[in-house]
Write a protein that binds this ligand. Structure first.
Ligand code: NOJ
Length: 530
């Protein structure tokens, strides 16, 4: 039996550092704050925290514009704070995963400052510079993810540089071995400090077409869609040569024991799974965002699970993500009742689950008045519904002012119901979604069927999805009603009935059920067959 790595059996929890816990009253979360809240993660029972960027940054894209890959922004603390956080996390048996942003730097990064200083600067070709077209316009039709042309003219040297995101986020040229080697060293810098792995930002965008050919126009584009979708990313994403670059990152990670490489990838499943790499030499976990993107319907979810399972390469370890700092929260997408069903799905599927901070409280989309908007995407394409602020609001800890997040003015508003929807209050209510998360995590830890066992889809009938998890002699059945109507489903694999191990309402445990299972509206059950 192959050794199971921690990132296979474990559960990842994403912390958005601006919003987790402020320790100095400036209204923005920080590393000391995270350290002070590690007990929440222990109480929940997760294994690892992934911290979104805290590196020195002008914060044009809230830290995804890195000015120094080997430091801590003063807003978040110091390197000593970081070391103390890692030490404390490790002391509690928690792994620490960093956010590595290799595709682009900040335009304030010394490399870009040098690169733009002259056409002949040795770092000129660390970035992607091109001459304007004869009429002075950008070299091609590539569009930025945050709207507008992806090319920025540098008046002084008369050339454009490419930026997949903001103009303040120039793309590095990863075809350049000097870039590769400098960035590899930054990975070593953090692993030498004890970091257990990396989530790699936009890994599938790291290589672009060498000839910079125009992207084809998207015939399906309409006004409701973001600017970036005007063109199809044929020459800007998922280029074959990216896999060699990823192999390079993996080799560096493999210089150290037991580290994990996770890739942020938004691609259809057949493309996504190529990011395990040939002979699994790519990312350990290419993030699987299907539960975020798919329609919340039992038949859709059933087929995406089977298709994903079937597409995995031999030995490739699955993973599931329900939310992150770029996507509307699960409770906003499916409603409060289904958010509980979604939690049960996430934590009973085969593959490493990633929980987004605050989803364990059932946080939903927080209304952000226009004058409070922070997200640069919202500022570039205002009022079009693309803002990521609603899912980045402060964590809600207790009933005190600002829910215990800060003694200052929070950088984004809290949700209105924070006096009820907070960790303290919900810990007192053993039927809360917070307790559901905790119980699901505990079950996953206790029963190998869930963490490392096999998966079998049993049936999908109407709004109900039923699957089995099994390991050696252990068998569990998970039945999820993905609608707000009660439903009945026949489960022949439970011919002698079974005992409910866990219910989304947390009120039916130990009840016996028959093979003709009746599910309440929005109910999920984990059953141990008799
Ligand atoms: C993906 C990150 O998750 C997102 O927040 C960021 O804006 C872009 N990459 C650019 O780094």
């Amino acid at each position: 039996m192959p050794r199971i790595a921690w990132w296979q059996s474990g559960i990842v929890y994403q912390v958005y550092p601006r919003s987790f816990q402020d320790s100095n009253g400036d209204g923005v979360g920080d590393l000391i704050g995270i350290r002070n809240r590690l007990d929440h993660l222990k109480w929940l029972g997760v294994d690892a925290l992934w911290i979104s960027p805290f590196f020195p940054s002008p914060m044009a894209d809230f830290g995804y514009d890195v000015q120094d890959y080997c430091g801590v922004d003063p807003l978040f603390g110091t390197l000593d704070d970081f070391d103390a956080l890692v030490a404390k996390a490790h002391g509690k048996g928690l792994k620490v995963i960093l956010d590595f942003v290799p595709n682009h730097t900040s335009d304030q990064h010394p490399w870009l400052v040098e690169s733009r200083s002259s056409r002949h600067n040795p770092k000129r070709d660390w970035y992607i510079w091109r001459d304007p077209k004869p009429d002075g316009s950008p070299p091609n039709n590539w569009v930025s993810h945050f709207g507008g042309s992806a090319w920025q003219l540098d008046e002084a040297t008369g050339q454009y540089y490419y930026h997949a995101f903001l103009k303040e986020q120039p793309d590095l040229d990863w075809r350049n071995p000097e870039v590769q080697s400098a960035m590899h060293d930054t990975l070593r810098f953090w692993m030498n400090r004890g970091v257990d792995g990396f989530r790699v930002d936009v890994i599938w965008l790291m290589i672009k077409d060498r000839e910079l050919r125009d992207n084809p126009i998207n015939p399906a584009w309409h006004e409701g869609m973001p600017d970036i979708q005007r063109v199809l990313p044929v020459h800007t994403a998922d280029q074959p040569e990216v896999h060699e670059v990823i192999r390079g990152l993996r080799r560096v990670v493999d210089e150290y024991d037991d580290r994990v490489l996770i890739g942020e990838i938004y691609l259809p499943v057949d493309r996504l799974v190529t990011y395990y790499g040939e002979d699994l030499t790519g990312t350990h976990l290419p993030f699987n965002f299907q539960l975020i993107l798919a329609q919340w319907k039992a038949d859709v979810v059933a087929s995406l699970i089977t298709e994903y399972e079937a597409a995995l390469p031999p030995g490739g370890w699955p993973n599931w993500v329900l939310g992150n700092h770029d996507q509307p929260r699960i409770a906003a997408r499916v409603g409060a009742a289904q958010a509980r069903v979604a939690a049960m799905l996430l934590l009973t599927l085969r593959g490493t689950p990633t929980i987004y901070y605050g989803d364990e409280l059932g946080l939903s989309s927080v209304a952000i008045p226009p004058e409070a908007a922070q997200d640069p995407w919202e500022k570039n394409e205002p009022g079009r519904g693309f803002s990521r602020d609603p899912e980045r609001t402060p964590m809600q800890w207790d009933e005190t002012e600002n829910a215990g997040f800060t003694t200052g003015r929070p950088w984004l508003p809290l949700s209105d119901d924070h006096t009820a929807q907070n960790v303290d209050r919900m810990r007192e209510d053993e039927t809360s979604i917070l307790w559901l998360y905790r119980r699901l995590v505990a079950l996953r830890r206790e029963k190998a069927s869930f963490s490392i066992g096999d998966f079998r889809l049993l049936t999908q009938s109407g709004d109900v999805l039923v699957f089995q998890r099994l390991y050696r002699d252990e068998r569990f059945i998970v039945a999820l009603n993905m609608s707000s109507r009660a439903a009945t489903v026949a489960i022949p694999e439970m011919e002698n009935g079974g005992a409910i191990r866990l219910s989304t309402s947390l009120s039916r445990e130990a009840e016996h059920v028959s093979a003709t299972l009746v599910l309440d509206a929005d109910e999920g059950l984990v059953i141990e067959p008799a």
